[in-house]
Design a protein around this ligand. Sequence first.
Ligand SMILES: NC(=O)c1ccc[n+]([C@@H]2O[C@H](COP(=O)([O-])OP(=O)(O)OC[C@H]3O[C@@H](n4cnc5c(N)ncnc54)[C@H](OP(=O)(O)O)[C@@H]3O)[C@@H](O)[C@H]2O)c1
Ligand SMILES: *[C@@H]1O[C@H](CO)[C@@H](O)[C@H](O)[C@H]1NC(C)=O
Ligand SMILES: *[C@@H]1O[C@H](CO)[C@@H](O)[C@H](O)[C@H]1NC(C)=O
Length: 334
Amino acid sequence: MAVATAVALLAALGGALWLAARRLKGPGVRQLHGGGNPSLMHGKTVVITGANSGLGRATAAELLRLGARVIMGCRDRARAEEAAGQLLRELRQSGSPEPDAGAGGELVVKELDLASLSSVRAFCGELLQEESRLDVLINNAGVFQCPYMKTEDGFEMQFGVNHLGHFLLTNLLLGLLKSSAPSRIVVVSSKLYKYGDINFEDLNSEQSYNKSFCYSRSKLANILFSRELARRLEGTNVTVNVLHPGIVRTNLGRHIHIPLLVRPLFNLVSWAFFKTPLEGAQTSIYLASSPEVEGVSGRYFGDCKEEELLPKAMDESVARKLWDISEVMVGMLK
Ligand SMILES: NC(=O)c1ccc[n+]([C@@H]2O[C@H](COP(=O)([O-])OP(=O)(O)OC[C@H]3O[C@@H](n4cnc5c(N)ncnc54)[C@H](OP(=O)(O)O)[C@@H]3O)[C@@H](O)[C@H]2O)c1
Ligand SMILES: *[C@@H]1O[C@H](CO)[C@@H](O)[C@H](O)[C@H]1NC(C)=O
Ligand SMILES: *[C@@H]1O[C@H](CO)[C@@H](O)[C@H](O)[C@H]1NC(C)=O
């Protein structure tokens, strides 16, 4: 009995040490990109959607550190102001130059609800009036496997926010991106795109709703959109690339119910195996700022390296058809 208990304790201790070692070693990208050069993004204006949480927040923090003027497009002003305040405090504590002082960056909070086309239009209208340039647009906000919900305009929520809202946003900001060229668009997709399909006959999931399928479909749409846009932007010096961040510990799983008893185990496993937001944000930061990807467009990245796509994500006719239908859905064409 005593022997069995001792064995169990030792096993638990060994397991915990192993997990801790793994965590300390870091599961993801270990070399942090851009770190160190506080003027790499100086004079550049960046828009990041969903910048108050998770990957968007970490991306905002790093680009701010690199000297950018970062516009946080967020649906909840209070949450966004709080995140912005925290980011500035963290920046000061880390001893970086004070934002607004010389080469330091700047944080601006703006309301943007991607589940409302009128909010997207208002955001862009204001931005086009107030900003003289836009160097980087990062389409980062996302909803993951929510129960069946509709956006203000009646679209299935995941397709509506992850794809359609960003589709309209990007199109409305294209003129400013072009006049600020060379400029960049960065789209945050997911490896889960593999399980999606663009089922044109039911884009609003009115016939049936499968939340995992709809998430994957929206992330496949992100890739098809990026590739079609890259094609349309050839010769403009505006590039667009799409990425998957890996598995990252963020608030994305808010709609996933984990039974109370399993939660401590889940927390332990995610702490040990998932990337931190800063690790997960490396590819976004890299594509937004690195001179290495100057002029590179229409590619798919993971861990700051180009990766291959499944044929369904490279299908040009599906990409074109999705573009045309999206234009109609968001009211760009009547
Ligand atoms: N975490 C991962 O493992 C993982 C893996 C693959 C891909 N991704 C992708 O990474 C991106 C960022 O997600 P995350 O992991 O950082 O999750 P997160 O912490 O939940 O952040 C998502 C952000 O999107 C915002 N958002 C949601 N609905 C919105 C709307 N209608 N209008 C404007 N903003 C909205 C959220 O705002 P609120 O805070 O107000 O809700 C939040 O700021 C997503 O596109 C996701 O698909 C994440
Ligand atoms: C929902 O979609 C996922 C991903 O496409 C698929 O694996 C799963 O079997 C589907 N579930 C149902 C109940 O159809
Ligand atoms: C794109 O950049 C190149 C190199 O800087 C420049 O020669 C060219 O005129 C630019 N094209 C446009 C359309 O801005």
